[in-house]
Design a protein around this ligand. Structure first.
Ligand code: AMP
Length: 280
């Protein structure tokens, strides 16, 4: 396994691999790897010939006052975990080489970026789509793997890939959870023991919503009211958004059906956790 920081070297290696007929599988991340990332790498290993992992804490997707500087980083540990999962190349560029002086180009997906995380974090998805478009241009992947943990992000990347005719197959992968139900996230390290326990309200809310849906409750408002009460029962939890949306349009749904996804972002103390699930 090699760790490459230089943009041109990375691009040359990937172009050479493509010319040699190798299928490039790509997993973009911000590092501080956990089993969620590893599940993406394993699928990439299974489906590609050259497995590329990028580790880049992308400054353009963080808003003012967000956790860019505090975001956890540990390249040594990440490299060990990535190698065990069969990674061939890690691309770990510096911010300066991704966005050198004079940088002026951004990719903006309209519509589905206006709601949910897009409404709470203005400019976030513009940063995500810009960096993913750049990474696709550098790595030239045949396949790119993204987690459903970031449900809206996956929808936005699919939209961008389709709209810009990018020759990449975008693959969505299931959410990996801790044994007690908390969705894995690099940001979980911010939680104190007590906050970690309160954070279980998100997966408990999902379980309750799914149970209500199975029991025949079709009124989205009734389900959301029950979840709000559950989450508000935790003293340090503050709901950022809690919505039931159509899986493709991300428009809110009053009545649930087979396309309904429950999406939530909840602050527990200062840490913002996101989670989601289909209801039926
Ligand atoms: P991040 O490093 O948080 O930007 O995440 C990199 C990729 O890993 C994204 O496609 C995420 O959706 C995915 N990911 C993060 N957490 C999980 C998880 N718990 N299960 C599955 N995929 C995940």
């Amino acid at each position: 396994m090699h760790i490459i920081t230089d943009v041109n070297e990375m691009q040359q290696r990937c172009l050479a691999a493509r010319e040699a007929g190798r299928r490039i599988a790509f997993v973009p991340t911000m590092g501080y790897l956990h089993e969620g990332h590893i599940s993406l790498l394993r699928e990439g290993r299974r489906r590609g010939d050259l497995l590329v992992l990028s580790i880049f804490v992308n400054p353009t997707q963080f808003g003012a006052g967000e956790d860019l500087d505090a975001y956890p980083r540990d390249l040594t540990r990440d490299a060990e975990m990535a190698e065990s999962a069969g990674t061939d190349l890690i691309f770990a560029p510096e911010a300066q080489s991704m966005y050198p002086g004079g940088y002026a180009t951004y990719v903006d997906v309209e519509g589905i970026t206006d709601t949910l995380c897009g409404a709470s974090r203005p400019g976030h998805f513009r940063g995500v789509t810009t960096v993913v478009a750049k990474l696709f241009a550098i790595v030239q992947p045949h396949l790119a793997f993204f987690g459903q943990k970031d449900f809206q992000q996956l929808a936005v990347i699919r939209r961008m890939t389709l709209d810009l005719n990018l020759p990449v197959e975008v693959v969505g992968m299931p959410i990996v959870r801790e044994a007690d139900g908390l969705a894995m996230s690099s940001r979980n390290v911010y939680l104190s023991d007590d906050e970690r326990r309160q954070g279980l309200a998100l997966s408990r809310a999902i379980a309750l919503a799914r149970q209500m849906a199975r029991d025949g409750v079709e009124d989205g408002g009734e389900i959301l009211a029950a979840l709000r009460a559950l989450i508000d029962g935790e003293k340090d939890a503050r709901i950022d958004y809690l919505q039931i949306c159509h899986q493709l349009t991300l428009q809110e749904q009053a009545r649930i059906d087979g396309d309904s996804v429950l999406l939530m972002a909840v602050f527990v103390g200062k840490t913002r956790l996101i989670d989601n699930s289909f209801l039926l």
